[in-house]
Design a protein around this ligand. Sequence first.
Ligand SMILES: O=C(O)CCC(=O)C(=O)O
Ligand SMILES: [Fe+2]
Length: 707
Amino acid sequence: EPPGLAPLSPGAPPQAPDLLYADGLRAYAAGAWAPAVALLREALRSRVALGRARRDCQERCAAEPGAALPALLAAAPGPGAARGAWEPLLLRAALRRAECLTQCAARRLGPGGAARLRVGSTLRDAFRRREPYNYLQRAYYQLKKLDLAVAAAHTFFVANPTHLQMQEDMAKYRRMPGVRPQSFRDLETPSYWAAYDTGLELLGRQEAGLALPRLEEALQESLAQMESCRAGCEGPEEQQREEEEEGTGSQGGLYEAIAGHWIRVLQCRQRCVGDTATRPGRSFPVPDFLPSQLRRLHEAHAQVGNLSQAVENVQSVLLFYPEDEAAKKALDQYQAQLGEPRPGLGPREDIQRFVLRSLGEKKQLYYAMEHLGASFKDPDPWTPAAFIPEALRQKLREDQEKRPWDHEPPQPKPLTHWKDVLLLEGVTLTQDARQLNGSERAVLDGLLTPAECGVLLQLAKDAAEAGARSGYRGRRSPHTPHERFEGLTVLKAAQLARAGAVGSQGAQLLLEVSERVRTLTQAYFSPERPLHLSFTHLVCRSAIEGEQAQRMDLSHPVHADNCVLDPDTGECWREPPAYTYRDYSGLLYLNDDFQGGDLFFTEPNALTVTAQVRPRCGRLVAFSSGGENPHGVWAVTRGRRCALALWHTWAPEHREQEWTEAKELLQVPEEEGEEMPSRDPAPEPPSRRLQRAQDKAGKPPRVREEL
Ligand SMILES: O=C(O)CCC(=O)C(=O)O
Ligand SMILES: [Fe+2]
């Protein structure tokens, strides 16, 4: 049973989610686990019920005679249509519609209807971040309902994959006997992401036939999600949200107010494009989500010989990009292969409807932008230039350039052979895959000079001390109680450097070195396809003195980096909570003055060791991140072992945004001391949370933590 979604008292009208949630947090703070669970679940459920009721009502009332727009309006007879003719009709229809909506809401939601059950912006944000699930998992854990705790944890985790506390909790759950990764079912992530990912994976394996149903499902489900998102735009919350953001109520007279409301609805509907294309927990949408899905569809259909479907899909691409050369060429080719012309064949109807409607909305929004001072951030790169008022075009072009995720990365220069790169960098290949008994593994030496290792070690030390000064005690390792674990991201390093807590030379070097590793890894393993850094983490593990006798555990248990390894079957599931988008891993070691701590690779049974690597300054171990490379770290029994862990990805949308942010931060001239953001702690009682929310004006930059 999915937590939070089954009614506690079936049939009863929903209660206000705000109140339920606040009561739930109070119960949680008081350690009353069972009531906390009941209240939090009810808050989640009532919010879902609320949304569903509103959408049903909207649909029903739109179809009700008298509340629909009179047909007369649609066919307004030219300029002669006197003002008096349409105005009363429009406004009467609006009155009827409002009456219908109010009655419907009262029927579905109880007396007071929608007004009584508003969801405030704080709650909306908390729910978007899936915070209730974090409280739920802890409460379930206390109640010893492990399966539900894991399911709730996973639901939260998918939307917050960089939440450190949750990483530890998930690791804890995974170690528990009887809790299997299979039970980490994803309860709230829209199903199209799974379909999309599987479809892409199958395509990657040249399985177009198998990929097609998943790709089609992904497209249809993302269109459905878009509809559901758009339907939410007419609700009272959307209006309220804009008012909160703009700090204005409606101004002016009747028509100004109507126009103002209408613009908000349109803005909201257009935002749905980005919302639908953004994975839970990600900050940026997959660029050009719909057209790129259509491109994959037409290619896959062509591959398996479904020519007419290939034509429909490529024509749909052309609706977005009429001048797309590749699409035009593909269309010609498909038509030639088809032989005789098929008259009925055109773009997909669902896409045609979508594009026409979207263009209509954009036209109005650009108009409002030019003449009414409205704001509009076009989510799409395909809007025809003719739609954009001349005065706005230049400014938009500039903004576009500032949004890197809207652009494919510049095509790389033809890549040099890895041997040239090694030579260039003064690096030697110490062991290749064969010597390491694997397929995609390598040990390279000479990536850092001893002086550079020194600078990076100093950086790690200074950062840890800065942490200690600000009340952050050295944490136990998430993997073993016998070691301490400190992790530093590039952004955090840059922030600390700005605040003067660490030298900026170290932070700068961190960026430089990660790029050095990326170049090498790409040249060695992926010369045709650019690799991007997706995460860079400077990690030190220290033995805790006096706790080392007869240690049986590992510093880092055996795992694979992009999938969940099942040692029993040797299978590796490329699914959350693993970081599925990681394609190549790199570990660049900084020192060797510690005991234990060798890296080792195993067979998929996680037991049989196939190769072992001793860390030392400037040594890079690089390998593909999948199930072919299970690896672990022996216990560090004395001293401190520091390494730069780097993960690379082929997916530009998973490129490490923080790398760029850190770079920018280190480039801009120093301003007065910046405040250091702290990571989001485990759930705390509401009173303290409130305090904290009030303390911080504005949102501090989010510091990412991954393992
Ligand atoms: O530090 C190492 O040698 C390995 C660490 C590792 O495997 C990881 O962080 O995924
Ligand atoms: Fe790893």
